[in-house]
Write a protein that binds this ligand. Structure first.
Ligand code: ADP
Ligand code: ADP
Length: 225
């Protein structure tokens, strides 16, 4: 059974730009998929559909048992954890702890469960020692890891990341790769970082001008390049 099913997805922005021209694909539980393509190919637009931040012009998105619609979008956002390109879009509370607790608190979990999730998420990203700090005092790599923790604390079944290695130094980049590799669920990663693709993703979807130009095992896509 497929965890993600995108069918004939079309997205036209209000100004008429056809960002997605009818794309279809399915992703299974546990798959690790890279989405690549030139600037303007439609990658960010596609990600925003996986979380219901945009509504299709036509076509459908299904996550697990839920077709995306107004009734299911809240439930789907618990399943699909979205790490944005800029960590500053995800960090706005006075402390790291509060940022990572934001999602679980929002879901109404009791304090002990919030604390358990925050501790586990910060530990996974190696940022337990940062929990009392204000996010704006963190380095770029630390911010990136804490932004990921704000998503992991929701315990999503799918981790979606938009350009996760942007702006990281080589050390922080390696830390990021190993923490994403440890996430055992489904991963969908938009990236220009071919090294990241080779290390983390078994499948590549290549977008070009709002269509799928290629979709297959990483080895084949690289070979056909
Ligand atoms: P990518 O993430 O691959 O760079 P995008 O999904 O951001 O591509 O953009 C796909 C196309 O949609 C591009 O032509 C882009 O200029 C256009 N686009 C993106 N956002 C908007 C918007 N808010 N309004 C109009 N056009 C947009
Ligand atoms: P709702 O389903 O209630 O509309 P959203 O998922 O849209 O909630 O989240 C509302 C806002 O809070 C969004 O801008 C989102 O980026 C932000 N947000 C959600 N979860 C977190 C989190 N864990 N940490 C920081 N910001 C978050």
């Amino acid at each position: 059974h497929h965890l993600v099913e995108v069918s004939e997805l079309v997205h036209h922005y209000p100004d008429g730009t056809p960002a997605l021209r009818g794309i279809s694909f399915r992703i299974c539980h546990g798959e690790s998929v890279a989405v690549v393509g030139a600037n303007g190919a439609g990658k960010s637009t596609l990600l925003l559909h996986l979380n219901g931040y945009l509504a299709p012009t036509s076509g459908t998105v299904r996550i697990g048992d839920f077709p995306m619609n107004d009734e299911t979008v809240r439930e789907i956002r618990r399943t699909v954890g979205m790490v944005f390109q800029d960590p500053d879009d995800q960090l706005f509370m006075p402390t790291v702890y509060d940022d990572v607790a934001f999602g679980p608190r929002n879901l109404g979990f009791p304090d002990y469960e919030v604390e358990r999730r925050v501790t586990a998420a910060l530990e996974k990203v190696g940022a337990g020692h940062l929990k009392g700090k204000p996010p704006y005092h963190l380095s770029g790599g630390e911010k990136r890891r804490v932004a990921i923790a704000t998503v992991l604390s929701m315990e999503p079944a799918i981790l979606v990341m938009d350009e996760p290695t942007t702006g990281l130094d080589p050390f922080a980049r390696r830390q990021l790769i190993s923490l994403v590799r440890e996430f055992e669920h489904t991963r969908i990663i938009v990236t220009h970082d071919l090294d990241l693709v080779a290390t983390l993703c078994e499948r590549i979807i290549v977008l070009k001008d709002g269509t799928i130009a290629a979709d297959g095992p990483a080895g084949e896509i690289f070979r056909d390049g």
